[in-house]
Ligand binder design. Sequence first.
Ligand SMILES: Nc1nc2c(ncn2[C@@H]2O[C@H](COP(=O)(O)OP(=O)(O)OP(=O)(O)O)[C@@H](O)[C@H]2O)c(=O)[nH]1
Ligand SMILES: [Mg+2]
Ligand SMILES: [Zn+2]
Length: 309
Amino acid sequence: MKERAGAPQAPMRARIVAAFGRNFLADAGGAGPLPCVARGKRSEVVCGDWVLLRPGDPATIEGVLERRNTLWREDAWRSKVFAANLDLLLVVTAAEPTPNLELVGRALIAASAEDIEAVVVVNKSELPATAALLARLRPLADCGYRLLQVCARGQPAQAVEQLRPWLSGRVSMLLGASGVGKSTLANALIPGLQARTGELSQALDAGRHTTTTTRLWPLPDLPAGSCLLDSPGFQAFGLNHLSVSQLQHAMPEVAARNGRCRFHNCSHRGEPGCAVRQAVEAGDIDRERYALYLRVLQELLQACGHPTA
Ligand SMILES: Nc1nc2c(ncn2[C@@H]2O[C@H](COP(=O)(O)OP(=O)(O)OP(=O)(O)O)[C@@H](O)[C@H]2O)c(=O)[nH]1
Ligand SMILES: [Mg+2]
Ligand SMILES: [Zn+2]
């Protein structure tokens, strides 16, 4: 038998920076992203995951380390984790294309339920219709969310200045409907990203210059560990894995009234002595936000087979 050159290399910790099918790129602290593959038939490895990598050609993912948190997306068939281990969610919206406030509201619920801080980024602030959008977003500011206004295309340097304090030392993700300007923001924050996006797509054999998969990039000029995830725009945000109690704690204006209703297990739908309903009637809780609460609640109850009357 031939003698092997050196002992087998030990697995190393690495972070997944791009996922495409069963092919991945991982950042193992080396010069560039390392191509790797998942073991086994089903790969549940997502962008932001910390994994144990066994060196090789290609390197193989031996296991996924415990996640601090996860975000889910949903289609007609199933829910799927699409990112993990985030510190901050930048929920991006804009006056054009037609704003999807449902998505914004749901993204904020998902972040809160996973203990991920979230801010709303209103992009394309130079558009006249931004004033109307800000008026519609007012209820979010009223219940404590920060709203940042930026113009990523026209004033990228200013946008970067505004976002930098939020991004420092954290893993942040841009999320929002298609066309709101997430990639434009990512490009402003990471000079040369456009070119690197092309290289990455090639490495993954995923076609060039397409924004079809979530990607993680280190942020330059910020403390080590500051990273940004750009994600493809999508419509449906996964919340069906939440419990009713998680939902009730994930909306600040509802959470503030938990325990104040007559019944301790009040669903805030129509029970007598409901502090949430009273706040809605009094105008202290926005009706649109309450309607969102009721819609998500209904979905959760349906998903777990409860009567929904
Ligand atoms: N008017 C205006 N347009 C902008 C601004 N920022 C980005 N855009 C434009 O909005 C369009 C969509 O921008 P993208 O950055 O590709 O949007 P995205 O959110 O990454 O879209 P997906 O990748 O499809 O999810 C492009 O034509 C941008 O030039 C802005 O501040 N003002
Ligand atoms: Mg994009
Ligand atoms: Zn109640």
